[in-house]
Design a protein around this ligand. Sequence first.
Ligand code: NAG
Length: 397
Amino acid sequence: MRRGRLLVQFLYLLLLCCDDPIVAWAAEAFIGTYGINYGRIADNIPSPDKVVTLLRAAKIRNVRIYDADHTVLKAFSGTGLDLVVGLPNGNLKDVNASEDNALDWVKDNVQSFLPDTRIRGIAVGNEVLGGSSNELGGVLLGAVKNVYSALQKLNLDKVVQITTAHSTAVLADSYPPSSCKFNDNVDQYMKPLLEFFQEIGSPFCLNAYPFLAYLSDPGNIDVNYALFQKTQGIYDQKNDVHYDNMLDAIIDATYVALEDAGFKKMEVIVTETGWASKGDSNEAAATVDNARTYNYNLRKRLALRKGTPLRPKHALKAYIFALFNEDQKPGPTSERNFGLFKPDGSLAYDIGFPALKSSSATSLRGSLKVIRARACIGSNVVVHVASIIILILFSRF
Ligand SMILES: *[C@@H]1O[C@H](CO)[C@@H](O)[C@H](O)[C@H]1NC(C)=O
């Protein structure tokens, strides 16, 4: 009986710990599997405090922004939302040039908002490598290192994680996934960058768009494969694995490239993925139906907390692109129509999130409290029921 009771206490403690895992060795920006990009290249989207209401009602906790806008950082204060801020490409030269510049940037845009605003990551530059010029390739690593030194000086290196997001242009030969490697023209920058990220425990961040892959070759790609719908999928003979959707295949291709470069243990997370609901005449796949299907199925895929065929233990994590349609973005019509929400806060299409209703913001807040109270009671009930079951089991001894 005594042994039984000790075991019960041990298991009870274990349950409590599982509730709130503590990663002591490195910062981890993305807890959970579903996040969202809050892009703001628009003149008609709701104010940051309304966005907070929207995100909390949708129970989306992980958020990325592309800069460190102070009105956004203030609005996120005290909300419990986990935020990744961006150090824009335009600042990279400056931050590479001196540790003091990096320190100033981190003090102004990160440290002064902690801990009330939960800034959990800094994305240093966006899609710097693999473009037509690689112009900033030579300053990216220097900037990353200077930002890391700044975090160390401020004793924030265990709180705030440093990453940089890559586009799939850094990959070559990604079909079939088993043949993938990094593009020759990024190799010289990629390897030293990955060595540093491996040292500090940061993941590989990929912006991955089956939408764009499909648009580039609609004759040879089954749209259902890109949309997570029923399809025969592809078989990768060399690794003897089957893919039933394109996103999994792109991620495994990235794992193959990482392994080829000597970084077998590095995790891949998706920092952008999405599907446009409207496009130009040469973007026929950009429809409300397809966007809804992609984002609905993606949400289900992420909720499974499953890995990919090559890395079954790394639950897939992705930030959706994007929260709102952004009317001021340049480029093709699709670029302005990736939002789950329209600028007025109504749904672009329904995948199960509540809309932001401007007149009922207060009632939304009220119902939020109820939801949170319920969630709290819920998890306590689980723990207590579990311990009672264990008690019953062990009291037999
Ligand atoms: C990046 O910073 C280093 C160290 O200060 C400097 O030597 C180098 O010239 C910088 N690179 C560019 C392209 O500015």
